[in-house]
Design a protein around this ligand. Structure first.
Ligand SMILES: *[C@@H]1O[C@H](CO)[C@@H](O)[C@H](O)[C@H]1NC(C)=O
Ligand SMILES: *[C@@H]1O[C@H](CO)[C@@H](O)[C@H](O)[C@H]1NC(C)=O
Length: 327
């Protein structure tokens, strides 16, 4: 009991210290070269990319799945408390070998335009999906960087992408979506030396957006993605504490709960905090339309604030609006 109290107290003091470190300088992160030496000569070209896994690779995988060793049965009455149930794993392996149709899956993954470009030595893969703006509507096209986490991939965004790039009758803007694969995930190259954490990834994705011609953009992320986009908004806006407009969509089954009070310490300009009725950690995949609505609502508010500021403060209208962030 005393132990618990002490630990809690120490934790509370620790959190209080953390929260009070407001006035630190923004670290100037280096543009580290993360790739293998042969990539030193890589061009900055943005190359079209299509997933094409050779049949021989798929055949080899099926062959190895068929030749697998017999699995040890799971301990009795333990469910998954001692790790993956081998009974369940047996079904998964069988599904991969006989039912999972890579040809169909690959076509689905190739549905949106994909590109690869070399940044700081790494080939970074991303979807870049532009909206279809009808000629009779005067819509602002807003760039939106969406960043996945672990153990995820851009596959999470399959359903939400068209929801974001399709114009809505009640909104005067629509999104142009950029969804990169984290270094080492999917078709993005992995670093060859340690040290590429979320802050360093934020440098890479900031450079990706600059290369695509965006120096002002919205960001959204879940899991590691939320850390990465928070770093983008704090490292590449004028000063700490973070003062960019931010929003949090709280899903009921999220595993990492943050109270609104704590969020307001960190995101000092939290203009939206919605409790959504369904969904969990993989919100974009689980509840794409709830998340898309939330993003539209937040950007609409932010754009209104920006427009008002521009109108009442003409001499300052050329000032850059800071990049808003969203977790
Ligand atoms: C996989 O899907 C493709 C495209 O729908 C189809 O042509 C092919 O026969 C399927 N393969 C298997 C093994 O079911
Ligand atoms: C314009 O911005 C500067 C610096 O942000 C501020 O000091 C100044 O008061 C602003 N001008 C007006 C007219 O609000």
């Amino acid at each position: 009991m005393w132990k618990t109290t002490t630990v809690l107290l120490v934790l509370a003091i620790g959190i209080a210290i953390l929260l009070n470190q407001d006035d630190r300088d923004v670290p100037n992160l280096p543009e580290t070269f993360w790739g293998p030496e042969r990539n030193r000569e890589a061009s900055e070209e943005i190359r079209s990319f299509v997933i094409e896994v050779p049949k021989s690779v798929i055949d080899d995988l099926k062959d190895r799945l068929a030749k697998k060793k017999e699995l040890v049965p799971p301990l009795e009455n333990t469910a998954w408390t001692y790790g993956t149930s081998t009974t369940y794993l047996e079904n998964v392996l069988e599904h991969w070998r006989t039912k999972y149709n890579w040809t169909e899956r690959q076509a689905l993954l190739n549905k949106y335009p994909q590109y690869v470009t070399n940044i700081q030595g790494l080939d970074i893969h991303f979807y870049h999906v532009k909206p279809h703006v009808p000629s009779d509507r005067n819509l602002k096209v807003v760039p939106l960087l969406i960043v996945h986490g672990w153990p995820g991939s851009v596959v999470e965004f399959q359903k939400i992408i068209p929801m974001l790039t399709t114009p809505r009758p009640d909104r005067d803007f629509v999104f142009e979506v950029i969804a990169p694969s984290l270094p080492g995930y999917g078709f993005s190259q992995a670093a060859v030396r340690p040290g590429l954490g979320p802050a360093e990834m934020s440098v890479i994705f900031k450079n990706l957006m600059l290369r695509l011609g965006f120096n002002k953009f919205y960001v959204q992320g879940g899991d590691w993605g939320s850390l990465i986009v928070t770093h983008i908004s704090s490292l590449f806006s004028d000063k700490l504490p973070v003062n960019v407009p931010s929003a949090c969509a709280a899903f009921p089954h999220e595993i990492l709960y943050h109270s609104e009070v704590l969020l307001r310490y960190k995101y000092t300009n939290l203009i939206q905090h919605n409790h959504l009725p369904r969904g969990g950690h993989f919100a974009a995949m689980e509840e794409p339309s709830l998340l898309a609505n939330d993003i539209f609502e937040f950007v609409s508010k932010t754009e209104d604030i920006r427009k008002k500021a521009e109108n009442k403060d003409i001499p300052n209208r050329t000032e850059k609006v800071k990049e808003p962030s969203k977790t």
